[in-house]
Design a protein around this ligand. Structure first.
Ligand SMILES: [Zn+2]
Ligand SMILES: [Zn+2]
Length: 83
């Protein structure tokens, strides 16, 4: 782990704006999204966005003309989903 100067207020116990990418080796980049499966914060390099059919909508019957849901996952979860 590298020690960056704590020049900014550390957000404690709150999911704030200052999250860093979980998948970045070395110095993490700023996170722009969060994996929906494992909750890892992800930068633009490591985020995987897909638009699977809205098959997880069940019961309400409103999936006919919905736009495909955005599906944000990290590399590990994407690999798990597509294997
Ligand atoms: Zn990253
Ligand atoms: Zn994940």
């Amino acid at each position: 782990m590298d020690h960056r100067a704590p020049d900014r207020a550390v957000l404690t116990g709150e999911r704030g704006e200052d999250m860093n990418c979980y998948d970045c080796p070395g110095t993490p980049g700023p996170a722009v999204a969060v994996c929906i499966r494992c909750g890892a914060a992800l930068c633009r390099t490591h985020v995987h966005e897909s638009h699977p059919p809205t098959q997880d909508i069940s019961g309400t019957g409103r999936a006919s003309h919905e736009k495909p849901a955005r599906h944000i996952t990290c590399g590990a979860c994407r690999a798990a989903e597509t294997s």
